[in-house]
Design a protein around this ligand. Sequence first.
Ligand code: PGA
Length: 257
Amino acid sequence: MSLYTKLSDMRTPFISANWKMNKGIEETRAFFSEFVSLVKDAKSREIVVAPPFTSLHTAAGIAKDTNISIAAQNMHTNDSGAFTGEISPLMIKDAGCSHVILGHSERRQYFNETDHLINEKIKSARKHNIKVIFCIGETLQEREDGNTFNILGRQITEGLKDISPEGIVVAYEPVWAIGTGRTATPEQAQEAHASIRQKLREIFGDAAENTRILYGGSVTAENINRLMECGDIDGALVGGASLKPDSFAKIVNYDIK
Ligand code: PGA
């Protein structure tokens, strides 16, 4: 099978921004005032933007009636209660989110999120009908030790335990490629994506063919085409290059040559 053969036409390309801890309310307004018209014709793409919590309501208000959906970057498992500083699934829905990013490597690394906790969060999001961008990925050390596929397998098996495939998008983000300018080569990414799809087949059966697997890690307007040509890459999760409306719009509007 060629690296460049798409296995399924069922997988609408999914391009998501992850703004991380960037952009207040005015910056969010400024971004959308340019971005909405730049992507209005991208009908064959699913477009998501994930602002920080404080900008969600503003972003969702502007994105309403456009082809752009809004995601939170995290959420708590519980609906409400004594969890000072936390934000519940009901709150992100109330703010206008249809999606949530869960299991990002920065959450795993800096906030000690475990596979088990991420699994609980995914269950909670799906209970509330929130779509999930579920992030996985190996560190440089794990790759150099030859453990990439074991790590990805464990993250998928534990993270998706007792979860059904509807509303789940998987994002493969090698930790060594995030914010470093060091993208995985299309060959490295495709190899990892193929192994992820194989694991998904074991868990989801045939539904794995319809599950989108995004690549994340230093995606830019310059490398998106080559990545999207790979058979098992169905979209991108974009950090740094999603902060400017024109550079993110170029990624959304990429074209397969
Ligand atoms: P990056 O971030 O595009 O800045 O590498 C990607 C991510 O962490 O989702």
